[in-house]
Ligand binder design. Structure first.
Ligand code: ME8
Length: 518
């Protein structure tokens, strides 16, 4: 049976700066979902990449004394290295300066031109280079960009325009018919009321500047960077390339575009209107998450409050890094992050609950059972406590799945944690160290350790999308195969899957406690 296709994307990030916690946040969240979908039988295509054109990137290059292309080639590896460090499993990495993309962009705008959606006009207004956004004088706040409060520049040029204004009604009808298209609900309401206010035609080309994809039907015009960038979602899966028609058919439309709330108008208004105009189907869902805040402010490079992912990974490890952002920030709302809360979460959930459970249990297996997994006890012999544990483990796949379907990572992790905490309590209550004192209780000792080990095996499966490294290590120490080599999670998570006679290895603490002051 062919697996259902699951296509999800992150924004393509500007190469004016290197990866930071904000760009890593979207990417890690998308990765956790991609991993989960692979584990549950989907044929996943997970795309991320780089937005390399536009004035902002050209300026960064000029400041560094390099050509724009040289600059992009220098910065691009910083992103791929960061994503490797964070164990991101993207299936493709698109750069907008690649031929495949430029070709697709030109095919797309030729199509819109042929369909009569474009016209030539004159633009006079304001432009925010950091946001690469056009603004009218009325939209400015105190003469500054209404989005980022930075300086704007006056632009006067002959441009090509896309008749975006004609799409207000079709877009409203689409939002109405597809209530899941924009999530969460607050963002949807925001977009709907914006579109109800009417749309202005959009300038799609620039002539006062050259770092972009040339518009094929207009000499000296390069495409406006946003309408070049958005197209990455279709050019990466073969749009405009006749040899890749089958791939495009299979992958598009995407199931999810993950974006930050700063760029919803581009993704929920301009992008669907562009696709409608070209007769291309629309993506299923744009999910806009909130901002990471440090001390109540949006983290951004211009504010100088940006932390580098590598510093935190060095301190906490990659899994704890991923866990923290997905557990402590509710996906969809703004979330404050601080060193204090990271250390607290690390010591509480990871060192105490999870790491300790694994260490104690694997040590006891070594001490009392010679490091060999016992047989799965008969269900008929289960005590009440055993039955509760089996029931909680048995309910986990459905509980976890429900949360993941709503992109509630924190809730999904909480569900996994119910099993982890229960296993800790179970060990406390059943006290294997007492059972070990009496020869007659050895069968019960084996049953207790099996139940706890089996809970750990199952909990590791559900930790794996967020904490791929330590989950794989838990399975390795349990003498099991590669945890990531799973595409039928529900079957894998069935109680009794831990085979008897496997060799359990003790190993170092998975999450050594952090004692230093922060
Ligand atoms: O906007 N909190 O690229 P970009 C959470 N090239 N997420 C954050 C964040 C923060 N403090 N700061 C950044 C662009 N992000 C365009 C996109 S897509 C066709 C083109 C994340 O490098 C969040 O996902 O400015 C946000 O939308 C994105 O980085 C902006 O990245």
């Amino acid at each position: 049976m062919t697996k259902p296709s699951f296509y999800l994307t992150t924004p393509i990030y500007y190469v004016n700066s290197v990866p930071h916690l904000g760009t890593a946040y979207t990417t890690v969240a998308a990765d956790a979902l991609a991993r989960y979908k692979r584990m549950t039988g989907h044929d996943v295509f997970f795309l991320t990449g780089l937005d390399e054109h536009g004035q902002k990137v050209a300026q960064a290059a000029a400041d560094a004394g390099l050509s724009p292309q040289e600059w992009c080639d220098r910065i691009a590896p910083r992103f791929s290295e960061a994503w490797e460090m964070l164990r991101i499993t993207n299936d493709d990495f698109i750069r907008t300066t690649e031929e495949r993309h430029k070709h697709g962009v030109q095919a797309f705008w030729t199509e819109l031109h042929d369909r009569g959606h474009l016209y030539q006009g004159h633009y006079e207004g304001w432009y925010c280079v950091p946001d690469e956004t056009f603004w009218t004088a009325e939209q400015l706040v105190d003469g500054k960009c209404p989005q980022c409060a930075r300086e704007v520049e006056f632009v006067r040029e002959d441009n090509w325009f896309f008749k975006l204004s004609e799409f207000a009604e079709p877009l409203l009808a689409f939002y109405e018919a597809n209530p899941g298209f924009i999530q969460p609900e607050t963002r949807r309401n925001e977009v709907v009321s914006f579109v109800r206010g009417g749309l202005k035609d959009l300038s799609i080309s620039r002539t006062t500047f050259t770092w972009g994809v040339p518009l094929p039907f207009a000499e000296n015009h390069v495409t406006y960077v946003w309408i070049d960038a958005l197209l990455n979602y279709i050019t990466a899966v073969g749009y405009g390339d006749p040899d890749k028609a089958a791939e495009f058919e299979r992958r598009w439309p995407a199931q999810y575009h993950f974006v930050g709330k700063d760029i919803i108008r581009f993704h929920c208004v301009i992008w669907p209107a562009m696709l409608m105009a070209a007769g291309v189907p629309l993506p299923e869902t744009v999910f806009a998450h909130g901002f990471l805040l440090t001390k109540g402010e949006k983290m951004s490079k211009s504010k100088g409050n940006v932390m580098a992912p590598a510093d935190l990974v060095e301190r906490f490890g990659v899994d704890a890094y991923r866990y923290h952002f997905l557990r402590d920030v509710q996906f969809g709302t703004d979330g404050s992050i601080s060193m204090e809360s990271m250390v607290q979460r690390y010591n509480g959930d990871l060192a105490n609950d999870w790491g300790n459970l694994v260490s104690r249990l694997f040590n006891m297996t070594e001490k009392y059972l010679g490091g060999v997994t016992p047989a799965c006890p008969e269900e008929a012999e289960a005590t009440e406590a055993d039955a509760v544990m089996r029931a909680v483990a048995g309910a986990l796949p459905a509980r976890y799945d429900k949360r993941m379907a709503g992109l509630d990572y924190a809730g999904a992790l909480e569900a996994a944690w119910d099993l982890v905490k229960l296993a800790n309590r179970y060990i406390e209550n059943e006290a294997p160290w007492n059972l070990a004192k009496d020869e007659a209780l050895v069968p019960r000792l084996a049953a207790v350790l099996y139940n706890a080990l089996e809970s750990v095996r199952i909990a590791a499966l559900f930790c794996a999308p967020v904490m791929p490294v330590t989950s794989a290590e838990v399975w390795r120490r349990l003498g099991l195969g590669d945890i990531h080599d799973t595409d039928d999670l529900v079957t894998r998570a069935t109680w009794g899957g831990l085979p008897a006679g496997a060799r359990v290895e003790k190993g170092e603490p998975l999450f050594p406690r952090i004692y230093e002051e922060v």
